[in-house]
Design a protein around this ligand. Structure first.
Ligand SMILES: [Zn+2]
Length: 316
């Protein structure tokens, strides 16, 4: 079996001022690690087209798109974003959204694909927030819906922070089900209402987390009946993350990813994965943590795909 397609762009790693608290180095570190482990090869590497302004404007105000692309963002908006918007940061944001869209298209074709960036779930329609410039999950969803490529999507957001931007941008879009499983005590203070929010207590560990997820997924996939799942596999629920407050282990994250990918496979629903948040100081350790998703995906791809469940129709 071929390894699943991995979408990666060199622009994912944009230079930031020295000492900036966003771990930009993790994108290059992750790509290097995936190459070293034979998970990212010439034959499964896909370099995405950066998202076009018209695509970004499906999820964002045109004024925000234009300000970012011109690298002319006012200081108050930059403070909310938490990043200085240089031309390189602007290109990075376009590439990450283009990357999630490319992964979504590849998932529709192959069943499973991964973006080595993405999960900018705090970005709002009118501007960025929490290191998130453009909401790649909302952009990809709205482009595919506009093209008629899908009729319904599920955004499954397991980053430790609430997917407030996705919830707000898509609140009037009934064709997209937004689900956020997060720690209730984390930023953002003001949560927005997703289709389903599961707010966990700080310190929640592997066992409780995985039981909840295992109980949630089959019914969720049945009820929302998506043509595609966008899975935000943020690793900040890990016990050692600087910003998360949950207590998952490496093994717990692997089991989480396996549960999601296997549930999608059992329901014969394609899934496109994005890496989401992760804020460990040690970049090598952080890259290893993000690589768990890619290991699990590669392992799953080695197994034959089941047939669609009896009684269902292709594209239904
Ligand atoms: Zn996060």
């Amino acid at each position: 079996m071929s390894p699943p397609p991995i979408v990666h762009h060199p622009a994912y790693a944009a230079p930031l001022p020295a000492g900036h608290r966003f771990p930009m180095g993790k994108f290059a570190a992750l790509a290097a690690l995936l190459r070293a482990r034979g998970l990212l090869l010439e034959r499964n590497l896909v370099e995405p087209e950066p998202a076009e302004p018209d695509a970004l404007a499906l999820a964002h105000d045109r004024a925000w798109v234009e300000a970012v692309l011109a690298a002319r963002v006012d200081p108050a908006a930059e403070r909310r974003l938490g990043l200085p918007v240089s031309p390189a940061v602007a290109l990075r944001a376009r590439a990450a959204s283009g990357g999630t869209l490319a992964a979504a298209r590849l998932a529709l074709e192959h069943g499973l694909a991964l973006n080595s960036a993405g999960g900018s779930h705090h970005a709002q329609r009118s501007g960025g927030a929490g290191f998130c410039v453009f909401n790649d999950l909302a952009v990809a969803s709205l482009v595919l819906l506009a093209e008629g490529r899908v009729r319904r999507l599920l955004i499954l957001d397991l980053d430790v922070h609430q997917g407030d931007g996705s919830a707000a941008i898509l609140e009037d879009e009934p064709r997209v089900t937004t689900v956020s499983v997060h720690c209730r005590c984390n930023w953002p203070a003001r949560k927005r209402q997703s289709s389903l929010d599961l707010a966990l207590d700080p310190g929640t560990g592997d066992r409780a987390y995985l039981e909840l997820l295992a109980g949630l997924l089959p019914g969720l996939l049945r009820r929302s009946a998506p043509d595609l799942v966008l899975y935000d596999a943020g690793v900040d629920p890990h016990a050692r993350d600087r910003l998360g407050r949950l207590a998952l282990s490496d093994r717990g994250l692997a089991e989480r990813d396996r549960l999601v990918l296997e549930a999608c496979r059992a329901a014969a629903v394609p899934v496109a994965c994005v890496i989401g948040g992760g804020y460990e100081e040690d970049l090598r350790a952080l890259a290893e943590r993000h690589a768990i998703l890619f290991e699990v995906a590669a392992d799953l791809s080695r197994r034959p795909r089941p047939r669609r469940p009896a009684g269902s129709c292709p594209g239904s």
